[in-house]
Design a protein around this ligand. Structure first.
Ligand SMILES: [Zn+2]
Length: 431
């Protein structure tokens, strides 16, 4: 089973100075920066997925979803995605490079953002190894398998359009000489309808299916969908899970013959999760999670600055506490400070974040106690000391400080590496 990372221009500055929190003056984003597969000893994934909606503007695609400038889009199509992503070195050039439409970005629109002919041309220019037919997301998934007669017009339209697109897409891809492996997108309103869609795609000639619409589903619902599909199409066709947010539960999905899946969750959780920000292998076949230590830049933090404006605290005072917290964390990393001393300094600054957030004294006290306990666990266990990935080796305790994208994304890269190892060990341990 292959783990693909869905890239949205995620790179870090390898020359970032953590002590001064600055990049070299001549740094050029993208050109000087490094992707996870460049900065780490080995790629922390088995391939990359690139979504068309992250690259190309179109009607119905929210501007915030487009991560590429027009110049970057043009360059990617000129040199190919592999070279653009610097995924073309000897260690990476045989890894999977998959394209899809990124249907989430236009899900609210009545029509998909791109037509099959445009998508085929895009995939060919990008030189993907695999490309998913243009789909239109169906959000609801009813495990009771309601009959088609009670399904809304819009849902049915999306269902039929996704299949019609797949038929045209396959023909066009074959006309162009089958330079990438076409993958048929499955959408449906229930396990049964998804199984029917899968069977229709196999009948068209697809050997690799991409199952969409899984993002909001719980683990058990996804299992029911996969079981229905396998019961209908047998074990032969390959299956990819699009946007598999339950990646940490992958050990429960080994019985469904999944060839590949993509996920961003190990990276995203580094800075979007309330408590599980740093992944660690627990040595018992599972993952453990630690809370990163929040030391935001006082003057850049909207919440803190609001408190300053309202006269609750002073900017100079906040900055002094921020600097003290950073200094003690670094001294702690060199074994010059105890857990207790470091915790005091961190909490002395963190309290302002909590105070600015919660309402009522009791709620604040509770939030502070929770934060304190989580940070204490992180400091006591020092998980970064037990990780030999290139990120933790190089920057030490900075990896677990929640502060700015150079630390937060590096922590995400570390998570990808831990997750990638975890996945392959889980698979190797299967009977
Ligand atoms: Zn690490």
């Amino acid at each position: 089973m292959k783990f693909l990372y869905s890239d949205t221009q995620d790179y870090v500055d390898p020359n970032y100075d953590f002590l001064t929190d600055s990049s070299p003056p001549k740094r050029e984003r993208y050109w000087d920066d490094q992707y996870a597969h460049e900065i780490m000893d080995e790629a922390p994934y088995d391939g990359l997925l690139v979504s068309m909606s992250a690259i190309r503007q179109a009607e119905g695609v929210a501007a915030s979803k487009v991560r590429y400038s027009t110049a970057e889009e043009q360059r990617l199509l000129r040199v190919g995605a592999r070279r653009f992503l610097r995924f073309d070195g000897p260690k990476h050039r045989n890894l999977m490079l998959m394209g899809d439409c990124g249907a989430f970005a236009y899900a609210e629109n009545p029509e998909p953002a791109y037509k099959p002919a445009e998508v085929v041309e895009f995939y060919l220019d990008a030189e993907f190894t695999h490309g998913v037919s243009p789909d239109h997301i169906i959000f609801e998934c009813d495990l009771q398998n309601p009959d088609v007669s009670v399904i809304s017009k819009d849902t049915l339209y999306r269902y039929e359009l996704t299949l019609e697109n797949a038929r045209n897409f396959l023909k066009l891809a074959r006309d162009e000489g089958s330079l990438f492996e076409p993958m048929g997108a499955v959408q449906g309103w229930s396990p049964k309808s998804m199984a029917e869609a899968a069977a229709a795609l196999v009948k068209m000639g697809y050997k690799y299916l991409a199952i969409g619409g899984l993002v909001p589903l719980k683990v058990d619902a996804i299992k029911q969908v996969l079981q229905a599909i396998r019961d209908r199409i047998g074990t032969e066709p390959n299956i990819h899970l699009l946007g598999f947010a339950k990646a940490d539960h992958i050990g429960e999905f080994t019985g469904y013959g999944i060839t590949s899946f993509d996920s961003t969750s190990p990276l995203i959780r580094a800075f979007k999760d309330n408590k599980s920000n740093y992944y660690m292998d627990n040595g018992r076949g599972g993952l453990d999670y630690y809370t990163a230590i929040r030391v935001p830049q006082a003057l850049d933090n909207a919440r803190l600055m609001q408190g300053v404006k309202r006269g609750l605290f002073h900017a100079e005072d906040l900055q002094a506490r921020e600097q003290l917290a950073l200094r003690l964390l670094r001294e702690f990393d060199q074994d010059k400070r105890t857990v207790e001393e470091t915790l005091e300094a961190v909490m002395d600054y963190s309290q302002f974040l909590v105070r600015g957030n919660s309402t009522g004294v009791t709620a604040q006290d509770r939030a502070l106690a929770t934060t304190r306990a989580r940070i204490a666990r992180t400091l006591e266990d020092r998980p970064w000391k037990n990780c030999d990935c290139a990120i933790c080796r190089e920057i030490g305790i900075e990896v677990i400080i929640f502060r700015g994208s150079n630390r937060n994304k590096r922590r995400g890269f570390h998570n990808l590496g831990v997750y990638h190892h975890h996945l392959h060990r889980t698979l190797a341990d299967q009977p």
